[in-house]
Design a protein around this ligand. Structure first.
Ligand SMILES: NC(=O)c1ccc[n+]([C@@H]2O[C@H](COP(=O)([O-])OP(=O)(O)OC[C@H]3O[C@@H](n4cnc5c(N)ncnc54)[C@H](OP(=O)(O)O)[C@@H]3O)[C@@H](O)[C@H]2O)c1
Length: 305
């Protein structure tokens, strides 16, 4: 498993990350197998959020591996805060309280990366800055970032926050590509030309922020998985052909497609199936040519100008 550096932070982690959003649905034994399997595959980056399973995902993660300092050092743990029941909350009090909760559930002294989960229009960036300073000073959080943010929202935070924002977690899959489409259709009148995110991909590259691609197998907003889905026969046919030539599975090819982009993105895969994760990890060894990348992009239903 190849490593990547998150932003310019010096923090190295597996280029494929395991998302733990669904871990609350596992028994401790199952969760243990999932985590141990990931570590064996070289996947050492685990993505959490305070709200996953209402906190249970973080809890079961720590309990399942009997969290202690020796296992903790083998992992890079990221969690998120800022989503509450029916509203978003980037207040200092909430950020600090959320981190305390995560530290307790994860049974650890520190979080490697803390992300602000989804923009809060009532954000007072001075408060975010105070919270981040306190968390950094106390050693409770080592690095900071955002999720689902556009460039201007990031700029607003950066005006006040002292720490580097090293990552932005955004939805991206072969079947969900607005951040790529707009850049390929500049100044055109049709739908794919619409810039929905303030050119976040170019902004991230310019500002050394790692894009973490969440839900890399889903189409739409949690409408389902496109791999082996009868709704997408052409794409699945093409993925199957590539799977044969690359000696991997369709799922691995779908992840290799994200990894091929020179923006150096980090897919966050959510499978809780050890076999599937083993197959997906092979994506790190697959190389796609420029022509192959575009062929897959076109087969996913996109037209080039
Ligand atoms: N920042 C945000 O706003 C945000 C939002 C959503 C998610 N996330 C993060 O992203 C992670 C991944 O999200 P996700 O779980 O929706 O992403 P995903 O990796 O696209 O989907 C994984 C789900 O698809 C199922 N699946 C079925 N067939 C599959 C196949 N052939 N290949 C791969 N998976 C298949 C998996 O089931 P099995 O378990 O049975 O394999 C699993 O339930 C989450 O865990 C979370 O950490 C972040």
């Amino acid at each position: 498993m190849k490593k990547l550096e998150l932003g310019k932070s010096g923090l190295l982690a597996s280029e494929i990350s395991l998302g733990c959003m669904r871990m609350d649905q596992l028994t401790k034994q199952e969760a243990n197998r999932v985590i141990e399997n990931a570590l064996e595959l070289g996947i050492d980056f685990f993505d959490h959020a305070d709200i996953y399973g209402g906190g249970k995902s973080e809890e079961i993660f720590a309990e399942a591996i009997n969290m202690n300092s020796s296992i903790r050092e083998k992992m890079v743990i990221q969690t998120k805060c800022g989503i509450r029941q029916g509203f978003f909350d980037f207040s200092k009090d909430h950020i600090l309280a959320s981190v305390e909760g995560s530290l307790k559930r994860l049974n650890t002294d520190y979080i490697d990366v803390l992300l602000l989960h989804r923009p809060d229009t009532l954000v007072e960036p001075e408060e975010v800055a105070e919270a981040f300073n306190e968390l950094k000073r106390s050693g409770k959080v080592r690095h900071f970032g955002v999720s689902n943010h556009n460039p201007m929202q990031i700029e607003l935070l950066k005006k006040y926050v002292d720490q580097e924002l090293i990552a932005n977690q955004l939805q991206l899959s072969m079947m969900f590509t607005p951040m790529i489409d707009a850049g390929l259709n500049v100044n055109m009148l049709h739908e794919p030309a619409i810039v929905r995110d303030g050119s976040i991909m170019d902004y991230s590259r310019l500002n050394d922020m790692t894009i973490q691609a969440w839900s890399p197998f889903q189409y739409g907003f949690f409408e389902g998985v496109f791999v082996d889905n009868d709704k997408f026969p052409e794409l699945n046919q093409k993925l199957a052909e590539f799977a044969v030539t690359k000696g991997a599975t369709k799922s691995a090819v779908a992840i290799a497609w994200i990894l091929r982009h020179p923006a150096r993105m980090q897919p966050v895969v959510g499978t809780m199936n050890t076999e599937r994760l083993r197959d997906i990890a092979k994506a790190s060894e697959i190389t796609l040519t420029r022509e192959e990348w575009y062929e897959l992009y076109r087969t996913a239903g996109n037209k080039l100008p």
